[in-house]
Design a protein. Structure first.
Length: 210
């Protein structure tokens, strides 16, 4: 939420553009969720700023725990858990559990001692403190046409061959059907086998599509 800090984290002085983008999407009534990652001693003093930003705009805010991906070998130094974030929020607001999705626990933020619903939702995606790999249905596709089954998987599977020079739809679907069966347990395996940072593959998120 702070211009200088945004620049330091991302390398770009573009906070106002990001906010403009969010506001524009909202002006078009697009369904929107804003994801954010809290980092210890970097932006953990901005939890209320983020909650208030979301409340002003009535947009759902999601706190995603920081993960050991893409070269951040000192990730534990920056890690802030769901529990810590909730404790901070509860200093000012009540958090009422609304629903448990496959990947996120969703809460309503309410002013303390107010019986009225604020309608403001906050979600927590806590891969580290509450891993949900066993029910994760996410796969991703990279910009160069490869399927990635898990953020903690070393492998990727090329589907471009089914799309160039022409689309071979049936073969593509069959390939995807077979490939998703190989989805690994991701972070749960990393933890169970006490893999080190070097032993696992860590994808760079900015190269990855959703
Ligand atoms: S299976 Fe992989 S992508 Fe899914 S939650 Fe676990 S680590 Fe993340």
């Amino acid at each position: 939420m702070k211009k200088e800090k945004f620049k330091k984290i991302t390398g770009f002085d573009l906070l106002s553009k990001v906010i403009e983008g969010i506001d524009y999407a909202l002006s078009l009534s697009m369904p929107l969720k804003v994801n954010t990652v809290i980092l210890k001693e970097v932006n953990d003093d901005e939890i209320f700023d983020l909650v208030d930003f979301a409340r002003e705009r009535k947009v759902e805010l999601r706190f995603i725990e920081y993960m050991p991906l893409g070269g951040n070998s000192d990730w534990e130094r920056y890690f802030v858990s769901e529990k810590e974030i909730k404790e901070k929020i509860k200093e000012r607001y009540e958090l009422l559990p609304l629903r448990k999705e496959k990947i996120a626990g969703v809460y309503e933020v309410r002013e303390k001692e107010t019986p009225f619903s604020s309608g403001q939702k906050i979600g927590f995606i806590s891969t580290i403190s509450n891993p949900f790999c066993n029910s994760c249905s996410r796969i991703r596709i990279t910009s160069d046409g490869k399927i990635v089954l898990c953020l903690f998987d070393k492998k990727s599977y090329d589907i471009k061959a089914f799309l160039r020079p022409f689309i071979r739809e049936e073969e593509l679907f069959n390939f995807i059907r077979e490939t998703v069966k190989l989805k690994p347990e991701g972070y749960i395996k990393y933890k169970r086998e006490s893999l080190t940072f070097e032993e696992n593959s860590f994808l760079v998120m900015r190269k990855m599509g959703g």
